[in-house]
Design a protein around this ligand. Sequence first.
Ligand SMILES: Nc1ncnc2c1ncn2[C@@H]1O[C@H](COP(=O)(O)OP(=O)(O)OP(=O)(O)O)[C@@H](O)[C@H]1O
Ligand SMILES: [Mg+2]
Length: 228
Amino acid sequence: MIRLRDLSKSYRMGSTTVRALDGVTLEVEAGEALAILGHSGSGKSTLLQLVGGLDTPTSGEVEVNHRIISSLSEDDLAEYRRVSVGFVFQDFYLQPHLDTVENVELPLKLNRVPRRERRERANVALQQVGLADRGTHRPKELSGGERQRVCIARAIVHGPSILLADEPTGNLDSGTSGEIVDLFLSLWREKAVTVLIVTHNSDVARRIGKSVSLRDGRIIDGGADAPE
Ligand SMILES: Nc1ncnc2c1ncn2[C@@H]1O[C@H](COP(=O)(O)OP(=O)(O)OP(=O)(O)O)[C@@H](O)[C@H]1O
Ligand SMILES: [Mg+2]
C-alpha cells in the first residue's frame, strides 16, 4: 500500500519558493487503481515523482509497502525504483536506436536478469500489451498508441508492485487513449499491481473509477480527509 503523510515539496527559485505540493495526506491500498486529477501546475507530476522515488520531499513521508521510502539512501532508493516501480510518461522516452523488444528488456538489464530470460520475459510483456508481432520495429516505425504500449510493456516487465503513469494518454487521440486506459485496467486486474494514473482528462478518471483532485498542491477532492 501507499501512504502519503503531510507530504510537501517546495522548490526555491531565486528569492521565491514554489510550493508544488502542500501537505498531501493520502492512502492507496495495495492493488487499487487511482486517477490523480488537477489543472496544469497543481502538483500531479510532483506527487508521482515522490511516490516513485525520483525526487525527495521537503517534508512529510512517503510509505510504500511498509517502507518509508522518503528517507532511503540514494542506493536504496535506486533499488526501490529498479525493483518495485514501473513508470509510463506522456513522452515515450524509448531508445530510438533499439528495437521494441530491446527497449522492453532494459529494466531487466538493470536488474541483471540473464540475457535469455530477459528476451523471454520481454516477449511475454509484449504479448500482454498486444504487440507480439512488433518486436523488431524501432520506435519510429510504430504508431503513437503502439509506442505507448511498448512503454507499458517496459513498465511491467520486471513485475513492479506499483505502476505510475504521468499523462499516459496525453499525446494520443481519444480512441487510442481509451484503448490505453483499457490496457492499464486489464493489466491492473490481472497483475494485482497498484496503479496511479495522472490525467487532466475526467473521462479517463471516470474509467479508472477512483480519483483524487489536486489544486495548488493540495487535495481538494477524494483524499483521506474528504468524506467518501
Ligand atoms: N523542478 C522544479 N523546479 C521548480 N519548480 C517546479 C519544478 N517542478 C515543478 N515545479 C513547479 O511546481 C508546480 C507543480 O508542478 P507539477 O509538474 O507537479 O504540475 P502538474 O500538475 O504535473 O502540471 P501539468 O499538468 O502541467 O503537467 C508548478 O507550479 C511548477 O512550476
Ligand atoms: Mg505534470
